[in-house]
Ligand binder design. Structure first.
Ligand code: WTA
Length: 647
């Protein structure tokens, strides 16, 4: 579909009852840009402050890049997500847990969640965790993951959640990078009927992390695990001894709330740092207005808490709004392809938020899996993680939503904290494949190669011209890298790494990454990371990784491998390399295609020409473009001839 495609208008009954309608959006958006201090000062009233702020926005994208919001205010994120709701909604369900096995589910009220978080906060304190310390969380999708995040927030410890699908090596790197000395994990995770050896991975990781004093272990699956007395602690034993009373630590608005590692163009994953007040306000506001969340609704985001979507839109945003948020341990295909929709019916879900890759995977199994369920409670459907292809969008709309649900395609990033471009479902019509228009306070600009801002309908690199409260403040331990990564390509602007089009109606269409980041099933991976994992293999001389179009995953991982002299390609070696990458990084980084290359196309200065590798991977070899700068143009014909052999 092209940018001129049809608009699906807001249904009148949705507009009539929405928090924000079209007129409100226009007025508030304009105000948010014209008077950011006034706009955000008012909005910040939706948080509870221990000490009110006097300054609102204090931000510069130039030079050192210094961003502060509400800097002299004092508050606590866990207090805002729990305590302040107790008087009015203590008995309301805060979190619903749906286990991998459809026979297992539970729920906790705000009062119960508050008690669990206070106890856990006391457990952390009793083992010496202090304000400012980093705590690594490596858990499956269980209630304890949310408790752990909020318990850290309660005492001012900075959490670093590591996705449970990452390998022990990836976990180790992340523990070492942020210098964390306390790890929370589970015996095993359970997904799609299979067990994930979390504690065993944690043991391996921690063997190389001398600073880690304790591993707190949730008993989830009941399997036998290795145990190091003194270091290892059972969660249930510690919790039963802990007091249920724990005062929230007064935190400065700009005190770090968490670190979350994400992949970039170069080097190892970087620890993106989010701070307290701006992040919490921004996630709460976006959650409420984009989905038009109303009191009492059941809201379900299928992301893992190991990603930013899980942080912002399972835990912080929804709980700050006093919502009921569902945590799902399982997968869409287990025990059968109706799972999403049977969970929707079981818990009477009103707002369902998932990723295009998940939509495509259930779509290809056929409509019957959807149609045998009711889905009558659904009102809003959301999508995030990668550009959604119009075919999947239309299927989501017509089949899942039966044409009556609003669709919110939400564009954001780990670094942006919350939604940047997304429809406010009561405010404006949507176009399949477009994330629509900017949220309050967001000033998108599309620039050309020279950094020139383009006007009107255009295509180029997507930047954001001014600070918003939810943005990351730095990269842990490396502010220079923060400045270099996001503010050097187009000085004075935050560069997203994404390309975008803007159409004549002012709608934005994200076209995908323009840097060396690939997006596999909505998971962000750096090609450099996968390359260095492969190059660590004793038989590999050189590797180059690119993304290529993949029907289900959006992008697949295509790897060019040059072997050391004396080594020869084989199916066994191919399998060995795939297994190697799974172990080095995690299953999400496993190559889809391996292309044995005798040589890689390089410029005379030795730089790999990825543009050409991308085209060959996509089987788009007709128009390889200018190859005259190659040191050895003959490499190309060998590569084109080798395509598909061995992949
Ligand atoms: C991509 C995930 C198109 C984009 C929230 C971005 C999207 C990267 C969308 C961030 C969307 C995310 N439409 N592309 N609705 N949402 N992306 O940090 O390339 O894991 O830069 O955050 O995902 O990935 P991250």
């Amino acid at each position: 579909m092209t940018p001129d495609s049809d608009v699906f208008p807001v249904r009148p009954e949705v507009a009539a009852s929405a928090w924000i309608n079209e007129t409100d959006y226009a007025r508030l958006y304009e105000r948010s840009l014209a008077d950011p201090d006034g706009f955000w000062r008012e909005q910040a009233g939706r948080l509870d402050w221990f000490k009110p702020f006097t300054s609102v926005k204090d931000a510069s994208f130039d030079g050192e890049v210094d961003v502060r919001w509400f800097a002299d205010g004092v508050l606590n994120a866990s207090y805002n997500c729990l305590d302040r709701h107790l008087a009015t909604r203590g008995d309301q369900v805060a979190l619903i847990w749906e286990g991998d096995d459809p026979g297992e589910s539970s729920s906790v009220t705000y009062r119960e969640a508050h008690e669990q978080v206070c106890r856990l906060a006391n457990v952390l304190k009793s083992h010496g965790v202090k304000k400012g310390d980093r705590v690594t969380i490596y858990l499956p999708m269980i209630l304890e993951a949310a408790y752990a995040m909020l318990a850290c927030a309660r005492i001012g410890a900075v959490h670093s959640v590591v996705f449970g699908g990452f390998s022990s090596d990836s976990l180790k790197d992340r523990i070492l990078d942020c210098g964390s000395n306390f790890l929370i994990t589970a015996d095993e995770g359970v997904r799609g009927g299979r067990r994930l050896p979390l504690k065993a991975n944690a043991d391996k990781a921690v063997a190389a992390c001398a600073a880690v004093r304790h591993i707190l272990v949730v008993r989830r699956a009941g399997g036998t695990v290795a145990w190091e007395p003194g270091r290892d602690l059972w969660y249930h034993e510690e919790m039963s001894k802990a007091s249920p009373v724990c005062d929230p630590e007064p935190m400065g608005a700009e005190d770090p709330l968490f670190i979350l590692y994400t992949s970039g163009s170069t080097g190892k994953p970087k620890g993106v740092v989010h701070t307290t007040a701006g992040y919490l306000l921004y996630t709460a506001l976006t959650h409420k207005y984009v989905f038009d969340y109303k009191d009492g609704e059941i809201y379900w985001c299928t992301a893992d808490v190991g990603w930013i979507t899980g942080h912002s839109y399972i835990v912080y945003g929804p709980l700050a709004n006093g919502a009921t948020s569902l945590i799902f341990e399982g997968v869409p295909y287990y025990p059968d392809h109706s799972r999403f929709w049977s969970v929707v019916d079981k818990h009477r879900v009103n707002i369902f938020y998932t990723a295009p890759t998940a939509i495509r995977s259930v779509m290809r199994e056929g409509d019957q899996w959807v149609k045998k369920t009711s889905r009558a409670t659904l009102r809003v459907l959301g999508s995030v993680g990668e550009p959604i292809n119009p075919e999947a969008w239309l299927w989501f709309h017509e089949v899942v939503g039966e044409g009556r649900c609003a669709i919110a395609d939400t564009w954001f990033q780990t670094e942006t904290g919350g939604f940047m471009i997304a429809p406010l479902i009561g405010a404006f019509g949507v176009k399949p494949g477009s994330a629509t228009k900017p949220f309050f306070g967001v000033r998108p600009v599309i620039v050309d190669h020279n950094g020139q801002a383009l006007e009107g309908a255009c295509e180029g690199s997507l930047c954001i011209a001014d600070a918003w409260p939810g943005m990351a403040r730095t990269i842990f331990g490396d502010h220079a890298r923060f400045v270099q990564t996001y503010f050097s390509a187009f000085p004075g602007k935050y560069f997203t790494g994404d390309g975008a089009q803007r159409d004549g109606d002012g709608y934005y269409w994200i076209t995908g990454r323009v840097d060396d980041v690939i997006n596999v099933s909505g998971h962000r991976l750096g090609t450099a990371e996968i390359e260095s994992a492969l190059e660590a293999h004793p038989k590999v001389a050189e590797a180059a990784v690119v993304g290529y179009p993949h029907d289900l995953k959006g992008q697949g991982i295509y790897v060019y491998v040059t072997l050391n002299a004396g080594e020869s390609p084989s199916q066994a070696l191919r399998e060995e390399l795939v297994k190697w990458v799974r172990q080095e990084i995690g299953p999400i980084a496993a190559p889809d295609q391996i292309h044995w290359a005798t040589d890689l196309p390089k410029t005379r200065s030795g730089k790999i020409m990825r543009r050409i590798l991308r085209k060959i991977a996509a089987n788009d070899v007709e128009a390889l473009g200018d190859t005259s700068t190659l040191a050895d143009p003959g490499v190309i014909s060998d590569l084109v001839g080798g395509r598909g052999k061995g992949g």
